[in-house]
Design a protein around this ligand. Structure first.
Ligand code: TYM
Length: 335
C-alpha cells in the first residue's frame, strides 16, 4: 500500500509564488508516488471573518488553480474541508486531549494576538484562532497521513500534530494515529516578501509590491520584481548579500532547479538590475503555462465542482473509518 500524503491551503487571498514554491509544486510532484489528498481548508479560513460571497468564489478559484498547477484528479483527491464533517468532528475529540498551554505557545497564534492588540480595534480573537492547529492536526490524522508537504511556516503546527497524536495514543493506550512527517522543499521553503525580506510572503499582507500572485499578468510580475528590496551593494556578492538578494536568488533557484554551483557561477557579481530581470523572466516562464491551464479549466463549466465532488466521495469512507475508531476508543456512543 502506498503511504498517504495530506496537505492543505486556505482559500484566503490569491495564492502566491511562496505558496507555490513552498508547497504546491511539491504536491504536484509527489502525487504520483503516494496516495494524495489535498484540502482547501475553508474551516480554517473562517477563523478570520470572510465575506461569504467572496469566500464561496475563492474556494472554486483555488480549486481551479490547484488543477492548473498540476494536481491530477486521477491521482489525487481534491477536497473542500467543510464538505467532510469528520474534520470538525475529529477536531473536537482532539481538542479534548490537547493542553491549552500547547496552543497558547504557538508562534502564529501569538503573532495574531499581538497584531490585534497593537491594531487597537474593537475586534477580539475568536476561539477558533486558538483551536486552529488542532483542526489542522485533525485534517492530517483523519486520513492517517504519513507525509505532509508544507512550507517552513507550518513546521511548528506539524510538531503539534505529532504531539497530539502521541498524547492520544498514549492516553488511550492504542496506536490509533500514524505519526505524520513534515516534508519541506530544499529550496523555497520560506519565500520572503519582495517589499520587506524580513517578513514571509503572505496572502494577507497588503501592499502592491509584497507578493507575486500566480494570477498576476507578466507585466505586473516584472514590475513587482524590478521594485523588490535589495541592499546597499550594487551587485550580487555571495559573502555579504542581504535578505532581499538571497530571496530573489532562492526564487530563481526554486523555479529553475539550478544547483548551488550553477547559481553562484551565473549570479556572482551580477548588477541588481540584471539580477531582477533574470529572476522576473524565470518566474514569468514558469507561471505563464499555469495561467493558460487555469483559463482552460475555467472555460469548462462544472468541471471544478465535479472534481471536488469526486474527491469528497473518495475520501469520505477513510474519514468515517477513523472517526468511528476514535469514538470507539474514547467510549463515545457508537450504535
Ligand atoms: P497557507 O494557506 O497559509 O499556505 C499554504 C501552503 O503554502 C506554504 N507557504 C509558504 N511557503 C513558502 N514561503 C512562503 N512565504 C509561504 N507562505 C505559505 C505554507 O507553508 C503551506 O504549506 N495552516 C495551513 C493550511 C492547513 C494545512 C492543514 C497544511 C490546514 N490544514 C493540514 C498541512 C496539513 C495554512 O494556513 O497554509
Amino acid at each position: 500500500m502506498k503511504a498517504r500524503v495530506l496537505s492543505g491551503i486556505q482559500p484566503t487571498g490569491s495564492p502566491h509564488i511562496g505558496n507555490y514554491l513552498g508547497a504546491l509544486k511539491n504536491w504536484a510532484k509527489i502525487q504520483y508516488d503516494y496516495e494524495s489528498i489535498y484540502c482547501i481548508v475553508d474551516l480554517h479560513a473562517i477563523t478570520v471573518y470572510q465575506d461569504p460571497a467572496e469566500l464561496r468564489s475563492r474556494i472554486l478559484e483555488l480549486a481551479g488553480m490547484l488543477l492548473a498547477i498540476g494536481i491530477d484528479p486521477k491521482h489525487s483527491s481534491l477536497v473542500v474541508q467543510s464538505s467532510i464533517p469528520e474534520h470538525a468532528e475529529l477536531a473536537w475529540m482532539l481538542t479534548c486531549v490537547t493542553p491549552v498551554g500547547w496552543l497558547e505557545r504557538m508562534t502564529q497564534y501569538k503573532a495574531k494576538v499581538e497584531a490585534l492588540a497593537t491594531a487597537s480595534s474593537e475586534a477580539s480573537i475568536g476561539d477558533g484562532m486558538l483551536q486552529y492547529p488542532v483542526l489542522m492536526a485533525a485534517d492530517i490524522l483523519l486520513y492517517q497521513a504519513g507525509i505532509v508537504p508544507v512550507g517552513d511556516d507550518q513546521r511548528q503546527h506539524l510538531e503539534l500534530a505529532r504531539d497530539i497524536a502521541q498524547r492520544f495514543n498514549s492516553l488511550y493506550n492504542k496506536e490509533i494515529f500514524v505519526m505524520p512527517e513534515t516534508h519541506l522543499p530544499t529550496v523555497g521553503a520560506r519565500i520572503m516578501g519582495l517589499d520587506d525580506p524580513e517578513k514571509k510572503m503572505s496572502k494577507s499582507t497588503a501592499g502592491a509590491a509584497h507578493a507575486v500572485s500566480l494570477l498576476d499578468p507578466p507585466a505586473a510580475i516584472r514590475k513587482k520584481i524590478m521594485r523588490a528590496t535589495t541592499d546597499s551593494n550594487p551587485a550580487v556578492d555571495y559573502a555579504t548579500m542581504g535578505a532581499g538578494v538571497k530571496n530573489l536568488l532562492a526564487i530563481h533557484q526554486a523555479f529553475t532547479g539550478w544547483d548551488d554551483a550553477a547559481m553562484k557561477q551565473h549570479f556572482e557579481g551580477m548588477r541588481y538590475g540584471d539580477l531582477k530581470k533574470t529572476v522576473a523572466e524565470s518566474v514569468v516562464a514558469a507561471i505563464e503555462p499555469i495561467q493558460q491551464r487555469y483559463a482552460e479549466i475555467n472555460a469548462e463549466p462544472g468541471y471544478v465542482a465535479r472534481v471536488l465532488q469526486e474527491g469528497a466521495e473518495r475520501v469520505r469512507p477513510l474519514a468515517r473509518d477513523t472517526v468511528e475508531k476514535v469514538k470507539q476508543c474514547m467510549g463515545l456512543f457508537t450504535p
